[in-house]
Design a protein around this ligand. Structure first.
Ligand SMILES: [Cu+2]
Length: 121
């Protein structure tokens, strides 16, 4: 086999290894990272800093605290948990992240979205 032809083959083999490493590596870095305990502050019935997107890993724990200066009910959709919050009070949601999907956490009576929670593999 001529020398330069061998280099071409070597180059091709190297390219395949690099592509495989990128594909495999990319797959593992896509794994869900859990946000951990997260707090959302509500002022005048609005989430401070805007509507947050929070991700929890399936099989882990959803841990979300809402501190509110507005009395209302906080509704965690999908898991369908309702908790009343007093003016100046807080509510704590903590349960197993068993259902995958994207769920709205809403200040129910004000029909205000506080957070979009994603539970993913
Ligand atoms: Cu709701």
């Amino acid at each position: 086999m001529p020398r330069n032809q061998r280099f071409v083959l070597l180059g091709l083999a190297l390219a395949i290894v690099v592509v495989a490493a990128v594909v495999i590596g990319g797959g593992s870095s896509n794994a869900t990272k859990s946000a951990g305990p997260t707090t959302i502050v509500v002022k005048n019935a609005q989430p401070v800093g805007g509507v947050k997107s929070v991700t929890f890993k399936k099989g882990g724990t959803v841990d979300l605290t809402i501190q509110s200066d507005t009395a209302d009910e906080v509704h965690f959709h999908g898991y369908d948990v309702h908790k009343d919050v007093k003016k100046g009070g807080s509510v704590h949601f903590r349960f197993p992240a068993s259902i995958t999907g994207r769920f709205v956490v809403e200040l129910e009576k004000h029909k205000q979205t506080l957070a979009n929670v994603t539970v993913a593999q």
